[in-house]
Write a protein that binds this ligand. Structure first.
Ligand SMILES: Cc1cc2nc3c(=O)[nH]c(=O)nc-3n(C[C@H](O)[C@H](O)[C@H](O)COP(=O)(O)O)c2cc1C
Length: 250
């Protein structure tokens, strides 16, 4: 509980490498994660070589964390291996559809989070790279991912160079609903977001971006509609190219 309650994302790392034995231990814990039908519909690509990390960095918009971390670990939704097994065993796979992608994406995400918790419990620092689903086509190319394999998320991993302040969170009552979803009201939205809006780094962030509200920083700068639509298009094309979407199953 201490590890979970005190965790924070780490974006700068020392030059200390992660011992292969420790990495193996983390990976062995990772594959104990819950997985749909015990099918393990994911693959984990560990990038240790500097040259490959540099090749991956543009897909992560060269975020300093993607260049600075000694290890990048890409978690992929993977029906390729399972399909091959089925075909080799006189079984006809029926996984060229969006539901199967979602299933494998969930398996990959759950495995990634187990890996993160294990790493943090061992004193390592992690940072998720959401850029993985913005530029999956580039990652597919660098990592040589075959059809039915789609990168879902990447974990930057290393020993923390600095431990930043913990970020704020919404209060528990903002995100938990008992029995059924409780509708929000204008007053409850004001109340639930008050602390986040008053949090000094967020006030500064809003001012630096010349915005009137923190919400505008998200809608206009960090996650604007045009970007979301562009990256949706990229991802949908990748799902088609990797075999999960086709006109018959759409
Ligand atoms: C799916 C996902 C994608 C993320 N992508 C990035 C990213 O590309 N770059 C980054 O610096 N942090 C990224 N993060 C980390 C979040 O910014 C971070 O978890 C959040 O701001 C809360 O901070 P904390 O983890 O320190 O509490 C991502 C987190 C998640 C869950």
């Amino acid at each position: 509980m201490d590890t979970l309650l005190n965790r924070r994302t780490i974006r700068s790392y020392t030059s200390q490498t992660v011992a292969p034995e420790l990495l193996n231990e983390l990976l062995a814990a990772t594959i104990r994660s819950s997985t749909t039908g015990n099918m393990q519909l994911y693959s984990i690509v560990v990038t240790r070589e500097e040259a490959t990390r540099k090749a991956l960095a543009p897909a992560h918009f060269n975020q300093p964390v993607s260049l600075n971390a000694p290890l990048l670990v890409t978690f992929c939704a993977d029906f390729n291996r399972f399909n091959l097994w089925c075909e080799q065993r006189q079984a006809v796979p029926g996984y060229a559809n969006f539901q199967s992608f979602m299933t494998a994406a969930l398996d990959a995400t759950i495995a990634a989070q187990t890996f993160c918790i294990a790493a943090e419990a061992k004193g390592l620092g992690i940072c998720y790279l959401g850029t993985t689903t913005y530029n999956p086509d580039k990652i597919i190319e660098v990592l040589n991912l075959p059809r039915f394999v789609v990168p879902i998320t990447t974990i930057a991993l290393g020993y923390p160079a600095q431990i930043p302040e913990a970020c704020e969170r919404l209060p528990l009552e903002a995100v938990v609903h008992y029995e059924a979803y409780q509708p929000y009201t204008p007053e409850s939205i004001d109340r639930l977001y008050a602390e986040k809006e008053a949090y000094a780094p967020n006030v500064q962030f809003t001012r630096e971006n010349n915005k009137e509200t923190l919400a505008q920083v998200f809608t206009d700068i960090r996650y604007p509609q045009a970007n979301n639509e562009h990256f949706s298009h990229v991802l949908l094309e990748v799902l088609k190219g990797q075999g999960f979407l086709n006109s018959e199953t759409l």
